[in-house]
Design a protein around this ligand. Structure first.
Ligand code: SF4
Length: 208
């Protein structure tokens, strides 16, 4: 099996994070070369994944922001710092989790683009197929709708585990950046993260 270490990162891109398999590496390169929708010609970097090589839990955000676009890594801006703190508070160790987005390229003015999300969806599905997580944490309403289409609106669903008709269990959270909007949203975020902590302790595979 060809290992990631055998590949050199493409110029200007960060090293490839994730599984050390050829199929993952090829998928990452395919995403980085993609021009399937108009966002591909506007980005600085495609933003693919950061996290462990065998995560049992994957956070799924919506789209890269400006910092992510510059660095080519998901959740490295202000929202990312909030998410990183939540990951620590939830008791997740390095290697247990991964982070990715529905959209791999930054939409203009950070406005979520449903058409681009449809074009990009096969990449998300292939990433999840290769990662094989048992649990997903959708961050915000678009991610929730994509992963669990029959879920209630995000403000109702956040903070409670759900079992979609197919695929991994989900534990929705509001988007980390939404916690900056008001004291009420910050407090909602904190209490949902505490619930996430309890769920993580229940769901963690024995071997981790
Ligand atoms: S957003 Fe997705 S489909 Fe569109 S160019 Fe980027 S990688 Fe390709």
């Amino acid at each position: 099996m060809t290992k990631i270490a055998d590949y050199r990162p493409s110029e200007g891109h960060p090293p490839i994070d994730g599984p050390t398999t050829r199929s993952w590496c090829d998928l990452t390169r395919e995403i980085r070369a993609c021009r399937r929708c108009p966002l591909g010609s506007q980005r600085e970097h495609a933003v693919v994944y950061r996290g462990g090589s065998r995560p049992w839990l994957v956070f799924v955000g919506e789209a890269p922001g400006s910092q992510e676009d510059r660095e080519g890594r998901p959740f490295v801006g202000r929202g990312g710092r909030i998410l990183d703190r939540a990951i620590e508070d939830a008791g997740l160790g390095e290697g247990e989790f991964g982070i990715l987005n529905l959209l791999k390229c930054r939409p203009p003015k950070n406005r979520f683009d449903p058409g681009a999300a449809r074009a990009c969806r096969p990449f998300l599905d292939r990433q999840l197929q290769l990662l094989q997580p048992t649990c997903l944490v959708p961050l915000g309403r678009y991610a929730l709708r994509a992963l669990d289409p029959t879920a209630p609106p995000i403000m109702q669903a956040a903070g409670t585990a759900r079992a979609p008709t197919s695929g991994p269990l989900v534990f929705p959270l509001i988007h980390p950046a939404a916690s900056l909007r008001s004291h009420a949203m910050a407090s909602r975020w904190r209490s949902d993260v505490l619930r996430l902590r309890a769920w993580v302790a229940e769901q963690r595979p024995q071997s981790t």
